[in-house]
Write a protein that binds this ligand. Structure first.
Ligand code: NAD
Length: 395
């Protein structure tokens, strides 16, 4: 199994030649997280990796999944650091998780686990320290339980400690759909930049992963006029070449293709929106899409990306495509700290502005230097992180 953290460090190595020599020490420091918190929660292995906070408080989701391990947490925390810098929001990066299969847990057991994990990380989190959010198999309800435990232990109201909360507890309008919507914004900007902008309804998309991110991505893509021909979850996928009706489609469809088949469909855009290491050196040559738009974190290994780029397939990186989620989390944190809440129209308009600007900046570097979108995104982001580290006297 490819180590996600090894992949992340390879991505960092690829931009080293483009950064000044004065940053060499900083780059070395960026290959290690600042702090790793690990232990057991109700008998399950639990982690919080605080990667880098040069640009602001640590920020990153909490994952409940049987494959959660230290290597994965480090990679995801690193990508959060890069992502916040790509979109220019004042956060560092972190990630947390519990190695647990939640499918067999009752609601009461899930609640107990959420309280116990919050208890475990309470000394290390807070609005100006580290701000968690939902990730795979966690959601607004779980954030609400964790907030309750954190506030009980610290004897204060502190909604800005968690983002992705239900609106009733200080969550932001638009947060649930923000990540998917952001990906569609990036896709539209990319297509606008193509020499001949195709008609949207002719652009066929296949989406792997139909959770929070995949569902909302497919939903908005269809609403904007794209043709979503396939979606999948961990059990398999559903393919209909004339286009599926996403609407309120549930996650319980009857599969007619496997996930491996979905990745090789004759579509224009392939959207991995499940987990890391989906596209590897073993299956990348089967990809027939013209564009891979990464909505999951780390779905393409560096070896797979090399194969895709050689085939002339562009890869729009996770640190840009799924940054809509953390952008609206930033708005949620800012609303909580100010106590003034924005209407949904403002949230979505500001999210769009942030992502459009980030795409334009990356596109400029891609065009000037003739490099990949990931390299361009990393050059901009890593440059910002290293500058902050330098200003603080860390390097
Ligand atoms: P989720 O738990 O809501 O959904 C995950 C989906 O992936 C489910 O449909 C599940 O069935 C499917 N899946 C799991 N294993 C699979 C496999 N082997 N093959 C195919 N499908 C599989 O999680 P989510 O919040 O949608 O997160 C998905 C990805 O997006 C993750 O990489 C996450 O880190 C990233 N992400 C999430 C957010 C967010 O706001 N939730 C923000 C940025 C990035």
């Amino acid at each position: 199994m490819t180590s996600a953290f090894v992949s992340a460090k390879k991505q960092l190595d690829q931009v080293e030649p483009y950064l000044g020599k004065e940053y060499a020490r900083g780059l070395k420091l960026l290959k290690k997280p600042q702090k790793i918190i690990k232990g057991k929660v109700l008998g399950y292995r639990a982690f919080r990796v605080q990667y880098n906070n040069a640009r602001g408080p640590f920020k990153g989701g909490i994952r409940f999944h049987p494959n959660v391990n230290e290597d994965e947490m480090k990679a995801l925390a690193f990508w959060m650091t890069v992502k916040c810098a790509v979109v220019g929001i004042p956060f560092g990066g972190s990630k947390g998780g519990v190695a647990v299969d939640t499918s067999g847990l009752s609601r009461e057991e899930l609640k107990r686990l959420s309280f116990a994990y919050a208890d475990f990380i309470t000394p290390y989190i807070g609005p100006w320290q580290d701000v968690p959010a939902p990730d795979v198999n966690t959601d607004g309800q779980i954030m609400a339980w964790m907030l309750e435990e954190y506030e009980r232990k610290t004897s204060q109201q502190s909604p800005a400690t968690f983002t992705g909360k239900p609106v009733e507890l200080g969550g932001s309008q638009g947060r649930i759909e923000a990540t998917g919507l952001g990906g569609v914004t990036v896709l539209k900007e990319y297509l606008k930049s193509c020499p001949t902008s195709p008609r949207l309804r002719r652009v066929a998309l296949a989406v792997q992963g139909f959770g929070n991110v995949g569902y909302w991505f497919a939903h908005f893509a269809q609403k904007e006029g794209f043709k979503v021909v396939a979606v999948s979850n961990s059990k398999g996928g559903i393919y209909y070449s004339k286009g599926l009706k996403i609407g309120k489609m549930a996650d319980s469809f009857k599969p007619n293709i496997t996930n491996a088949e979905l990745l090789a469909l004759p579509v224009d855009v392939l959207v991995p929106a499940a987990l890391e290491n989906t596209l590897t050196k073993d299956n990348a040559s089967a990809v027939r899409a013209k564009l891979v738009l990464e909505m999951a974190n780390g779905p393409t290994t560096p070896e797979a990306e090399e194969i895709l780029l050689k085939k002339g397939i562009d890869v729009l990186p996770d640190v840009l495509c799924n940054a809509g989620g953390v952008t609206v989390s930033y708005f949620e944190w800012a609303q909580n700290l100010s106590g003034y809440y924005w209407p949904k129209e403002r949230v979505l308009a500001e999210e769009k502005k942030v992502l459009t600007t980030a795409f334009a900046n990356i596109y400029r570097v891609v065009s000037q230097k003739k490099i990949s979108y990931r390299q361009a995104a990393f050059i901009l982001a890593v440059g910002r992180i290293l500058e902050a580290m330098m200003l603080r006297g860390r390097i």
